[in-house]
Design a protein around this ligand. Structure first.
Ligand code: DI6
Ligand code: FE
Length: 402
């Protein structure tokens, strides 16, 4: 197989002990879908240099690993811009949800949309995320809230992953809100959702299991039943935990060895300790924090001190985070939560991958997938600095440039 050489670049490998894992005068060698060599161009071994077919001269541009958006609700019908106005006029997110807006209004629009429409809309959003470097994305169900409609969402997500040059992981999020069919009967809804999960798992629609553990979502006891089922099926779990209040969901998730707990604004010291002990990633979602005008900050310093890995994601959804840029998510994570730009990039690459249970990406290292980004910037800290803008020159997925 002939090799492809990316040269005359600077590399933020995020590997090794150096800040950013930076390499000047760098080169990156790709065979098919894998990176085979990373280093200073002058050190490229002669036997590898002899096998180079194509060369890309990058004139000093920076290469980073491809960005991983490990928490999105990308597939849905309808928009909620009117709720944005209502909140600006003083209504709270919880008030809107209780008044029949919120997740349930998106459920209605999603149920009414055809699969072709859901696919078309999700593809357009994905295009935006790819434009600033996303190569791996997670997509949740959770706006169907019936067997048929949850399955439709996951089928659309699967199809998107097959048709687009991106890796897409799905999460089953039926425990997102209580649908009208089960009003005042949350436990019966959980029973039904457990059966749906088995069915969808049989059809290979589910990579992981998620839930919204919250006053306006599901209780710790209800989520525990879901997690027991996930364990039976051999599926990893994750949780929307302590976003609006401290329910202790993170401790439950830690007991089940969760891949991640996400949001975490109201996380307690006991929750931090539990996540540290179980190796659970903290996924920070500053888009939702900003969009909902939250004031309670997640305990980032305590998480960092306890050694909990910090990921950053968009939480893209129509109600609490209509955010379509990972670099803007990184900026917001620095601005609101005090991450350093290097932490934000790590959170958007290898730590985000870890939150999905993926260890073959997120660093520039021989053996890793050849998913990477070429940026027209002077330093990778700029990825967190700019408030918007498009700095991506090339996105490479599985060794192939867009
Ligand atoms: N937390 C969130 O921020 C999103 N889901 C969740 O569990 C919001 C989803 C929505 O408002 O549509
Ligand atoms: Fe979410």
């Amino acid at each position: 197989m002939s090799l492809v050489l990316w040269r005359d670049c600077r590399l933020a490998t995020l590997d090794g002990d150096q800040p950013w894992g930076a390499i000047d005068n760098g080169a990156l060698l790709v065979a098919g879908e894998r990176i085979v060599w990373v280093g200073e161009l002058t050190r490229l071994p002669a036997e590898l240099a002899a096998r180079v077919g194509d060369e890309h001269h990058l004139h000093g541009a920076w290469i980073t690993p491809g960005l991983v958006d490990c928490h999105t609700h990308l597939v849905y019908g309808g928009l909620r811009a009117k709720e944005f106005e209502a909140r600006l006029a003083g209504m709270s997110y919880e008030q809107i949800a209780r008044a029949g807006g919120g997740i349930k209004s998106t459920m209605q629009a999603t149920r009414l949309a055809s699969e072709m429409d859901l696919l078309r809309l999700a593809r357009a959003r994905l295009a935006q995320l790819k434009m600033d470097g996303v190569t791996t994305i997670e997509v949740k169900s959770g706006y169907g809230l019936s067997l048929v409609d949850e399955a439709r969402m996951l089928q659309v997500a699967r199809r998107l992953g097959q048709e687009e040059n991106v890796e897409l992981q799905t999460s089953f999020l039926a425990l997102h809100a209580l649908p009208p069919e089960y009003a005042d009967n949350a436990d019966a809804y959980v029973d039904a959702a457990l059966q749906w999960l088995s069915r969808m798992h049989e059809h290979h629609l589910v990579d992981a299991v998620d839930a919204f553990c919250e006053r306006i979502g599901f209780s710790v006891a209800q989520v525990e039943r879901l997690f027991v089922k996930a364990r039976e099926l051999g599926l990893p779990v994750k949780l929307h935990a302590e976003q609006l209040s401290d329910q202790g969901g993170s401790q439950l998730a830690a007991r089940f060895g969760a891949l991640s707990c996400d949001h975490l604004e109201h996380l307690s010291p006991a929750g931090v300790a539990a996540m540290a002990a179980s190796g659970t990633v903290a996924v920070l979602l500053p888009g939702a924090f900003q969009f909902l005008r939250e004031t309670q900050l997640p305990p980032v310093a305590q998480l960092r001190e306890a050694g909990v890995p910090l990921a950053v994601a968009t939480d893209h959804n129509p109600g609490s985070s209509p955010l379509l840029s990972m670099t803007l998510a990184m900026h917001l994570a620095c601005h609101h939560f005090g991450l350093s730009p290097e932490e934000a990039l790590r959170g958007a690459t290898h730590v985000g991958a870890q939150a999905l249970g993926l260890h073959d990406r997120g660093r520039l290292r021989a053996g890793q997938r050849a998913d990477f980004c070429v940026w027209g910037i002077d330093h990778p800290r700029e990825l967190s600095y700019w408030l918007g803008g498009r700095w991506l020159q090339q996105r490479v997925f599985a060794g192939r440039a867009d």
